[in-house]
Design a protein around this ligand. Structure first.
Ligand SMILES: [Mg+2]
Length: 382
């Protein structure tokens, strides 16, 4: 029997290609928790736990992810049967409440290890891929309309993206709607324009906002109000033509069921990390499908590693009505994979090969480690 020998973590800091302006934070560096699970047969599984904007986006931070894994998850998994991934998931749920991203990072590494030992992809472990590539959105979040329009034109010309998500919610509603209108007018019918408010609006602001957004030709609004106001989400979902997407409120299948039961979204942003791993994300997908809720492959702006993990799962889903936003690696100044995830023709390619289908560039990993004595900010020229 192959056993889980050791679970190791490290924190990497990789600068972003530009400031990424969200309603709750501006990102200039992405912080990644890397997990390596070493098995008794010498094989290694890799996973990544990543959040957005320190603690400003959700309840987990890079430091809490690392601490949850090292202090509470590793001790209950080390020494166990490596192939028993479900058993590990149940044990993690029993030993640790919440901490979905920490659990997801470890679970991804376990699936990667199992896939490698069986010489099949993680998608095969979930029944097999039905897609080789998936549509991929880009987020316009420079904080400036002119810069965003220029970026959108570049993306359309290079055929990299024709779905744009605009990050709004930082400015007055009227200004945000005007920003969206300008960008939609600039790209016309060549692109789909959507927005993410990241909970920034009150219900009153959201009523004005949704009316203005749909008038501007925006197709979808993501998490316009607080995760705590499910009845407000129901009202917005039922009151406007524009699609309402649930994101931050979805932290696993129980939340997905509650949102579906309350008809509090038209679309689920399915995130592997936020759901607590690939298995739980797959359960969120099943709830969405059975409730007639559209699906969208979401990201926590992970590097290529957990982007590959998400691709392995989403490739098994017949219909992702709203595509994906798995562009995380493209927001970073550098790549930590030996062979980067591929992007072309408005799509992201599903990695092939055993496990997640990707390998780390160990020199890059060493270079971007937080505990290495070097200032990463020098790299970004900031
Ligand atoms: Mg979002």
């Amino acid at each position: 029997m192959t056993k889980i020998d050791r679970i190791e973590t490290s924190i990497l800091e990789i600068p972003t290609i530009r400031g990424h302006v969200l309603s709750m934070a501006t990102m200039r560096t992405q912080v990644i928790v890397l997990v390596s699970v070493r098995f008794s047969d010498g094989s290694v599984g890799i996973g990544e736990g990543t959040t957005i904007g320190g603690l400003s986006y959700c309840l987990e931070s890079p430091e809490s992810i690392q601490s949850a894994i090292e202090t509470y998850i590793a001790p209950v998994l080390e020494g166990r049967d490596a192939d028993d991934v479900n058993g590990a998931i149940y044990l993690m749920d029993k030993a640790v409440r919440g901490n979905a991203i920490a659990k997801a990072a470890v679970e991804i590494a376990l699936w990667d290890g199992l896939g490698k030992r069986l010489d099949v992809s993680v998608a095969t472990l979930f029944g097999g891929a039905v897609h080789k590539q998936l549509p991929v959105a880009w987020t316009l979040a420079s904080g400036n309309s002119e810069t965003d329009i220029e970026e959108a034109h570049q993306m359309l010309e290079s055929r990299r993206h024709n779905i744009f998500k605009l990050k709004i919610g930082k400015h007055p509603v009227r200004d945000d709607v005007e920003h969206v209108r300008r960008i939609k007018e600039a790209v016309g019918d060549k692109a789909s324009v959507r927005v993410d408010v990241n909970q920034a609006w009150t219900l009153t602001e959201a009523r004005w906002g949704l009316a203005g957004l749909q008038d501007a030709g925006c197709e979808l609004v993501e998490q316009p109000i607080s995760v705590k106001d499910l009845s407000g989400m129901t009202e917005l979902t039922q009151g406007y033509e524009i699609a309402v997407m649930a994101d931050e409120v979805l932290n696993g299948p129980e939340d997905a069921f509650a949102v579906a039961a309350a008809r509090a979204a038209d679309v689920f942003a399915v995130k592997v990390a936020q759901s607590g791993g690939l298995k739980r994300a797959n359960e969120v997908i099943g709830i969405g499908q059975s409730a007639g809720i559209g699906l969208y492959g979401g990201t926590m702006l992970e590097s290529g590693l957990s982007t590959a993990a998400a691709l392995q799962l989403f490739a098994t889903v017949n219909t992702l009505e709203w595509g994906t936003e798995l562009f995380g690696p493209l927001l970073l100044v550098d790549e930590i994979l030996a062979t980067p995830v591929g992007y072309s023709d408005f799509c992201v390619e599903v990695p092939t090969g055993a496990g997640l289908g990707v390998a780390l560039d160990q020199d890059k990993v060493a270079y971007y480690r937080r505990d290495r004595s070097r200032s990463v900010s020098a790299l970004a020229g900031e």
